[in-house]
Design a protein around this ligand. Structure first.
Ligand code: GLU
Length: 284
């Protein structure tokens, strides 16, 4: 007999700063969907970047979310404790000939790149795609830092065209099937220099590990879903359903990340905002 899996949703911030109003919207949106679907709401900490993530931001995130009235089951998955899991998946992709080592610096890439990806970053021109084994061993032997890139052309040749399902914010609208277009990212980094992983690898591995059925994220992150759908397929992981929510903008119509301070939840709290007033301001 087929059983429908319990809906499981997650809010997955990176603890590299204070939560702002945009995060509050995303967290409340996710919790709201979880409630409507009669499912579970999880918190996940995406802290694989040791240069930017700090323990005090983790404490602040937990405190701010509780203040907003949100709760979640323990233990909270913390990605920095799972590098061994990501390493295994990275090795699987390497063994299948889907990743290649790249030694280029950002500046080198920026100097010769011609096109940009959906985030506006230079598309990798493929300099290291065809290095010989001898050259690779020589450069690794010399201690050159290495990152691992997805060979997107080879990966999509194997998978063929992939699609994903997007649920609309109102239940009366039909779900949409969209094509994943990973080629518009060039060969993205799957394991950054000095670590076993990247945002893209950890997010698909953990969505599967936690049985996430619905990924709720801002519209600004829809394009990255191209890479996630491809990685899920290559690693044999299930693809969740997706929904992309509106972004909360500042007075100048810009995304909130740049104006974290004025609209950081704790600064708003100190300025006298209540959780109820924040919910109302965000339309919940
Ligand atoms: N950790 C990501 C961020 O803070 C979001 C993760 C996701 O929704 O895929 O931007």
């Amino acid at each position: 007999m087929n059983t429908v899996p319990e809906p499981i949703l997650r809010f997955a911030p990176s603890p590299n700063g204070l939560l702002h109003l945009g995060h509050a919207y995303s967290a409340l949106y996710t919790a709201d969907w979880a409630e409507k679907l009669n499912g579970r709401f999880l918190l996940r900490l995406e802290d694989t970047d040791p240069d930017r993530c700090r323990p005090e931001f983790i404490e602040a995130i937990i405190e701010d979310l509780h203040w907003l009235g949100l709760d979640w089951p323990e233990p909270v998955l913390q990605q920095s404790e799972r590098f061994d899991v990501y390493e295994k998946q990275k090795l699987t992709l390497i063994e299948h000939g889907l990743l290649y080592p790249c030694f280029c610096s950002r500046a080198q890439i920026a100097a010769i790149a011609v096109n940009t990806d959906p985030d506006g970053a230079p598309i990798y021109p493929g300099t290291c795609r065809h290095l010989t084994d001898t050259e690779i061993s020589h450069r690794i032997g010399k201690g050159e830092p290495v990152q691992w890139r997805l060979d997107t052309a080879e990966a999509t040749r194997r998978t063929g065209m992939l699609t994903y399902t997007v649920l609309q914010p109102t239940p009366l609208d039909r779900p949409q099937i969209r094509y994943a277009r990973p080629e518009r990212w060039g060969d993205p980094v799957i394991a950054r220099k000095g670590t076993a992983t990247s945002y893209h690898l950890s997010v698909v591995v953990d969505d599967a590990a936690q049985g996430i059925t619905h990924v709720t994220r801002g519209r600004d992150m829809e394009a990255a879903t191209d890479i996630h759908i491809l990685l899920q397929f290559l690693l044999g992981l299930p693809a969740p359903l997706y929904t992309f929510h509106k972004l909360i903008l500042d007075e100048d119509g810009k995304k909130l990340s740049k104006s974290r301070q004025s609209l950081a939840l704790r600064n708003m709290r100190e300025a006298g905002w209540t959780p109820e007033a924040i919910r109302t301001r965000l339309g919940f």
